[in-house]
Design a protein. Structure first.
Length: 278
């Protein structure tokens, strides 16, 4: 079991991590910019050394991300996403921490020279440098979109699972599995934390000519749910990358099919009344 330093613990992912990690027997030092967390600013490193003392694994979360592209400058992205990661890794090294779970993003694939993807790419390189030069082992977790879905469960969450979205529970499970993986391995692995691909994949060839019929074939009940909520499924779902799945044992449990099954168990008004719990 590990004593884990968590940076950015007050965010969408961090808030969900405490219970599953504690349930797995780990002890956590949860840090963020303000109380009730232990106060750490990763941009200038304030508070990092003291928080890292005695820890043996780092989970590094803070970043400006996709939704901040329009409102944060290149400089701000660099300061938090790159400099902040550098400072956290330096402090980790001074404290003797040799295992790191770093939250990267699918933007690494999709937008790797955009403001966000570029800084994630550089930060992943910092990890690889640490592995080669200092023997640090790491998992770069690359989630799809899990931003809170507000009040549109069928449209934002359900329909999203055909496209770039991933269920938050699958992301949390991937991080817990990455921590377990690092207990016994010296490695540097990038893990694509995305929803499972449609099975069989070649069914997607018929999507353009018959999207609803193909969805129904892949996810029984889909036709009824698509019609009930007026979901636009004309765009063909993309094939998700599956890097790191075999090494970490990542098996996402949520896809459009699990959404369809859940939606069919509710009335339309119950489904429309759901609110994002995080
Ligand atoms: N949410 C998503 O859809 C998503 C998708 C892919 C990847 N990611 C990545 O996962 C990580 C966590 O995402 P999230 O959704 O939990 O983000 P979030 O924005 O909800 O949380 C980030 C946390 O970091 C803290 N923080 C900001 N600046 C800081 C600083 N200078 N020092 C210390 N803490 C600071 C914030 O207060 C916040 O609590 C990010 O690296 C993000 O790029 C998120």
């Amino acid at each position: 079991m590990a004593k884990i330093l968590v940076t950015g613990a007050g965010g969408t992912i961090g808030r969900g991590l405490v219970s599953p990690l504690e349930a797995a027997g780990h002890e956590l030092v949860v840090t963020d910019l303000a109380a009730p967390y232990r106060v750490v600013d990763v941009r200038d490193g304030a508070g990092l050394d003291a928080a890292a003392e005695g820890c043996d694994l780092l989970i590094h979360l803070p970043a400006w991300h996709g939704i901040h592209r329009a409102v944060r400058s290149d400089e701000e992205f660099w300061q938090l996403n790159v400099q902040g990661t550098f400072r956290a890794l330096e402090a980790a090294q001074r404290a003797g921490i040799r295992r790191v779970v770093y939250l990267s993003s699918q933007a690494w694939h999709d937008d790797r020279y955009g403001k966000y993807g570029f800084t994630k790419r550089v930060a992943e390189e910092l990890l690889e440098y640490r592995r080669r030069a200092h023997g640090v082992s790491y998992v770069s977790v690359r989630p799809g979109n899990l931003t809170p879905w507000g009040d549109d469960w069928p449209g934002e969450y359900g329909r999203g699972l055909l496209y770039g979205r991933v269920d938050r529970e699958d992301v949390l499970a991937a991080i817990v599995a990455s921590v377990a993986f690092l207990q016994s391995t010296d490695a540097g692995v990038a893990l694509d934390v995305v929803r499972p691909n449609p099975d069989p994949l070649d069914a997607l060839e018929r999507w353009a000519s018959d999207p609803v019929g193909t969805a129904e074939q892949l996810y029984p009940g889909a036709r009824e749910v698509i019609e009930r909520f007026g979901l636009d499924v004309t765009a063909q779902p993309r094939i998700s990358p599956t890097g790191g799945w075999a090494e970490i044992g990542y098996r996402p449990a949520h896809d459009f099919g699990t959404f369809v099954a859940e939606a069919l168990r509710m009335s339309e008004s119950e489904a429309r009344a759901l609110r994002c719990p995080y």
